[in-house]
Design a protein around this ligand. Structure first.
Ligand code: MN
Length: 257
């Protein structure tokens, strides 16, 4: 047998399970809402071209319109001003789209405090139990926020003071960008940064430090609850939009049973 032959056999027999971490793309898929005077992204839309009718009697197809950052999507380094001149989404090496996943679960903390922030100490405590974060892999930050993804209002969780969603502290974002061996951070929320991160110094530290370091972001993931702390392999497939700052992505996890 070959390695790939073994892989296919294991997938077919179910010994390797393939989990979909992607949110379905529908009109109501939550999107980020920036305050005035900033521009905003389009929601996802399907526009029918024909459906077995006189516009096309034997075929059904649609046009889609979407922002690059709608639904489960990847942030490329060029998305942020600190990463300008770095890779756009079409320039990410394909090899880097397959990597090990470390899953850090802060569901209880995020339920108790929607503004919960991941700190370096939390990651170091996880590493003491499970080993180092994966080289060229992903830190997947589980917060339970995927349970809210059917509802824009619950997902963004905003009040007069702004959105309240869990995220990563300034110091931890800097540490993950500069010292951790990972390729990127994946989250269940609308963006990799906390809801309150517009007021941090620097603002949106996860975007600022990680993308500035040539690393990636993955957002609006689902089903992280089904993953073990270590052992899963992520296959991430953003569209190769030339010049694109990101792309909706299908994200699959391979898991040994
Ligand atoms: Mn994004």
């Amino acid at each position: 047998m070959t390695l790939l032959g073994d892989l296919v056999t294991a997938v077919r027999s179910g010994r390797i399970e393939v989990l979909d971490l992607t949110a379905p793309l529908v009109d109501s898929t939550p999107i980020l809402l920036l305050p005035e005077p900033f521009g905003n992204t389009r929601p996802f839309r399907l526009e029918e071209i024909s459906r077995y009718d006189d516009r096309g009697p034997a075929w059904y197809w649609n046009n889609i319109s979407t922002g690059e950052h709608t639904g489960t999507h990847l942030d490329a380094p060029v998305h942020w001003v600190t990463g300008q001149g770095l890779a756009d989404v079409s320039q990410i090496p394909a090899r880097e789209l397959v990597g090990a996943a470390a899953v850090l679960d802060f569901t209880a903390e995020s339920a108790a405090d929607p503004d919960f922030l991941l700190e370096v100490e939390h990651v170091k405590a996880w590493e003491a139990e499970h080993g180092q974060l994966p080289e060229q892999g992903w830190l997947l930050y589980r917060t339970g926020w995927d349970a809210r993804s059917h509802d824009q209002e619950a997902f963004l969780n905003a009040d007069e003071a702004g959105p309240h969603t869990p995220g990563i502290s300034v110091e931890c974002a800097r540490w993950l960008a500069e010292e951790a061996p990972i390729l990127g951070v994946g989250v269940e929320t609308v963006g990799t940064d906390a809801g309150a991160a517009a007021g941090f110094d620097p603002p949106f530290p996860c975007h600022s430090f990680l993308l500035g370091a040539g690393k990636y972001g993955l957002t609006q993931l689902q089903n992280l609850a089904l993953l073990p702390p270590t052992g899963a392999v992520l296959v991430t497939a953003p569209l190769p939009i030339v010049g694109g700052s990101g792309s909706p992505a299908r994200v699959l996890a391979l898991l040994e049973r």
